[in-house]
Each structure stands twice: as C-alpha cells, then as structure tokens.
Design a protein around this ligand. Structure first.
Ligand code: B12
Ligand code: SF4
Ligand code: SF4
Length: 400
C-alpha cells in the first residue's frame, strides 16, 4: 500500500542506444527530479484537454480552515435547499479519508467556452425571447468528461511508475487513484486556489489572469508523494463589477455568496416554487447564470475549449423560449440525455421557462402558449398565472 516508506531503488535508465563506435550515449535517467515528474504529468494533462493542473498534499492545513468558513456560511442559511453542504464535514476536513492511501491531489481545470463572449457585457439580456442556458451546460455533462479524462491521466501515470522508482515518491508501491469532479465533499475551488490555478474572485469563482473563469474543476487523488504548488496573487483590486451586475444581489459582500438567492441555484437546484421577489430578476435565464462572469474584465482573456464535449447540442446556445416550452417530457428526456440539464427535472425546467416567458417581450402569442400548459401541476400553474399577469401588464402599458 501507499504509506509504505519507499525502499531505495536503483535509478531507472532510458533504453541504451549505441553509436557507430559502440559508445552508450543515453545512459542517463529520463526523470532526474520530482519537478520533471510534475512537468510530465502537466503536459500529459494538457494533452488530455485540461488547460492546467497543480499539486497539493491531502494533509494541507487549508481543509481545516475551510471547514470553519463553511460553517459560518451555513450558519447564515446561504445554502438554501443544498442539504449536501451539511454532510460529510469530516471527509471535507480530511480528504485523506476520502481515498485511503492517497497522498496528493492533482487539481485540474478545463476551459468550456465554445464562443468568445463580448467582453464586459451581459449580452444574454439582449435576447429576451431566447432561453439562456449557462455556457458550461450546453453540451455533454462535464462531470463525466472530466472524470473519464482524469482516469486516463491516472492510467498514463501508472504506466510511467517504473521510471520514477528512484525518486522516493512512492512509485514502487501499489498505485492508488480516484478521479472527482463536483462529485464528492471536496473543497474544489479552495484547492485550485491553493495550487495557483487562479485566485478566488469576489464572485467566489476561481479566475486566472490568462484564462478568465469559464472553466470547470476536477481532482485526481493519487498515492504518489509530490510537492505542493504555490498560490498566485489575486487581481480583483478595487473592481466590484460582478457584485454590481448580479441580478438578484446574491453576492452579499466580496467573496460571500448567498446561494439561496443565486439564479444558478434557483434554476438548477431549487425544488418547488421560486420566490416572486426573484422572478423578474431571473429574466430569460432558464438553467444557470453567467452574468457575474460575463461582466468580469478578466474574461476578455477567456480561452475557447479544446474539448468537443462542450459543443452545444440541439442549438441550446440559440434557442427560443417558445420552442423549449413546447418540449414534451419525452423530448426533454431525449434532448437532455448525457446533459447536466437533466438534473433539474422536467417540471422545474418548465417552471423556469414560464418565468422566462413572463419576462419575454409582450405578445398575445406568448399568453396563448402559456395558457395551453395550465393544469399540468399546481406549482407550475402558479408560475404560469404569474407569467400571464406580467405579459398582460406589459401589453397594457405598451398600448397606452
Ligand atoms: C454549491 C455549489 C454551487 C452553489 C453555491 C456556489 C458558491 N459559490 O458557494 C450554486 C448552486 C449557487 C453554484 C453556482 C455556480 N457554480 Co457551483 N459549485 C458548488 C459546489 C458544489 C460547492 C461550492 C461550495 O463549497 N460552496 C460553499 C461555500 C462556503 O464555499 P465558497 O464560495 O468556496 O466560500 C468560501 C469563500 O467565501 C471563502 N471566503 C470567505 N471570505 C473570503 C475572503 C477571501 C479573500 C477569499 C479568497 C475567500 C473567502 O470562504 C468560504 C468557505 O470556504 C462546487 C463544487 C465543489 N465540490 O466544490 C461548484 C463550483 C464552485 N461551481 C462551479 C460553477 C461553474 C458554478 C456556476 C458558474 C454555474 C453557472 N454558470 O450557473 C455558478 C456560479 C455562481 C457563483 N457566483 O459562485 C464551479 C466553479 C469553477 C470556477 N471557475 O471556480 C465548481 C467548482 C464546480 C466544478 N467542479 O467546476 N454552485
Ligand atoms: S451566477 Fe448570476 S445570480 Fe449567481 S452570483 Fe453570479 S450573477 Fe449573481
Ligand atoms: S468582476 Fe471584478 S471583482 Fe469580480 S471577479 Fe472579476 S475582477 Fe474580481
């Protein structure tokens, strides 16, 4: 197992090549230092579509510190219905317990944009009759993509172990690994921050000077002992664009998000009726929200993804609210196969579209479409009546 103290091994050498004079010219170790091992893992990760990676010990002190901050966040009730944030604090504080034998976390980030947004602009507001789906969710579910590729990274590392046995990093022991992405009680953003994949912005997301914030995070726990990377400096300065733009004022202070008020939470995680006080602010966002990222000046440096899985399916990057509203449950199930949108469920999806239609440009056609769905569920009906009233009020004032 992993915690075995490494035994002293003979250095592994690259295969010998002989010159025409019979002199061995390559009898030197391929990997002379641990830094070279880390560099090799990084280039392997990049070849697999990850934009970057960094390394952190599973015993790093940040986990205990984060538990305290998480508890303060929960004490304020910012988690809404996110019940899972109350669970498994012991595992969060001790990631070593999550994967027995793991020593190091490889934190990775993967860019997901397939189109460059207009810098410092929430252009989603310019299309009130379109249903806006957050950019990370327009293609295949990133959780699977990330975990599959992290597994491939682990298998490449495993193949390399014989060449690393002289480095005292545990390469001679059984190799243990486990990939994660948003799939376990892990402080993903704080880990990525600690290894320098970016800094935590005032919107609470990780962002990077040369890549903005439109990326997702994942981790590969491994049994090799690799030295920690270092954090980078923060560059938010006096900017507060994300706080100012947030439609529901969910960023209650720099680095403090009231998740229960965030459109991402309301449209994806929240079950049941959405509080009327948020409905106008939600606008046409029917699954997630990108506003605090779209406005961020650093996202002018956001990179496009190299991973095909993020390519929008069923023109979800440019789709009308009415078209989405007409999806039957069977359409929803078919079109969201392998997509994160499945998570919200059909009724909540319709609830979100009803809000979007209430906020769409006023038209009798929209009212007709809203009416024909009445009677499907009590919760949905209440949102439909709200949307019809909004539409009628707008029509009345436009006729004045
Ligand atoms: C719960 C959750 C949500 C919730 C709550 C979000 C939140 N910020 O807490 C909701 C549903 C609202 C949400 C929304 C989104 N999410 Co989310 N979410 C998570 C999840 C599962 C847990 C995050 C968490 O622990 N929150 C709890 C709070 C307490 O943690 P925190 O924000 O880190 O808070 C800390 C800071 O406030 C810090 N702090 C306090 N004071 C100070 C001061 C300074 C100076 C600093 C630096 C820090 C600091 O201490 C707090 C305690 O740790 C993670 C995945 C994971 N397992 O980590 C993804 C994750 C954070 N989400 C992600 C994404 C992409 C999103 C969305 C962009 C999706 C979308 N487009 O709709 C939005 C963005 C909303 C936003 N502005 O954050 C990505 C972020 C990638 C990135 N670039 O950072 C993650 C990492 C998932 C992933 N694997 O990629 N999410
Ligand atoms: S995702 Fe939208 S609602 Fe949530 S904090 Fe950012 S701007 Fe506000
Ligand atoms: S918008 Fe400004 S304050 Fe918010 S994360 Fe970007 S740089 Fe930081």
């Amino acid at each position: 197992m992993t915690n075995k103290s490494p035994t002293k091994q003979q250095p592994v050498h690259s295969p010998s090549k002989q010159t025409s004079m019979g002199i061995d010219v390559t009898n030197t170790p391929i990997f002379a230092t641990v830094v070279e091992v880390k560099q090799w893992i990084k280039s392997e990760a990049q070849a697999l579509g990850f934009a970057d990676c960094g390394f952190l010990s599973v015993h790093h002190p940040l986990f205990a510190q984060q538990i305290e901050q998480l508890q303060q966040w929960l004490d304020k009730g910012y988690e809404g219905q996110l019940q899972f944030m109350h669970n498994n604090h012991d595992l969060r504080a001790h990631p070593a317990k999550l994967v027995a034998g793991a020593q190091t976390i490889i934190s990775v980030r993967m860019d997901y944009l397939t189109q460059t947004p207009v810098p410092r602009t929430v252009s989603d507001n310019d299309y009130p009759n379109q249903g806006i789906i957050a950019r990370y969710a327009r293609g295949r579910d990133y959780h699977k993509t990330m975990r599959n590729r992290l597994k491939q990274l682990a298998l490449s590392i495993e193949n390399k172990l014989p060449e690393w046995q002289h480095l005292n990093i545990g390469a001679e022991s059984d190799f243990i690994f486990r990939p994660f992405s948003d799939s376990a009680p892990i402080f993903e953003r704080p880990i990525a921050d600690a290894v320098g994949l970016g800094w935590t912005g005032k919107h609470t997301l990780l962002l990077n000077k040369s890549a903005g914030s439109f990326f997702v995070l994942g981790e590969l726990f491994i049994s090799l002992n690799l030295p920690d990377d270092k954090p980078v400096d923060a560059h938010c300065g006096s900017c507060s664009a994300c706080i100012d733009i947030c439609p529901t004022q969910a960023i209650v202070a720099p680095y403090k998000l009231n998740a229960a008020a965030c459109i991402s939470y309301l449209t994806i995680e929240h079950k049941g009726a959405i509080d009327i006080k948020y409905r106008r602010a939600i606008g046409n966002r029917i699954f997630g929200c990108d506003d605090c990222q779209l406005i961020c000046p650093w996202n002018r440096y956001a990179n496009l993804t190299s991973v095909d899985d993020f390519a929008p399916r069923h023109h979800l990057d440019n789709i009308g609210l009415i078209e989405l509203w007409q999806w039957q449950e069977s359409d929803f199930l078919e079109y969201t196969k392998g997509s994160p949108i499945r998570r919200t469920g059909y009724i909540s999806f319709l609830r979100n579209i009803a809000i979007g239609l209430g906020n769409a440009n006023p038209s009798l056609d929209v009212i007709d479409h809203l009416q024909y769905r009445l009677g499907y569920s009590e919760m949905l009906d209440e949102h439909i009546y709200w949307a019809i009233t909004e539409q009628k009020e707008k029509l009345k004032s436009s006729n004045k």
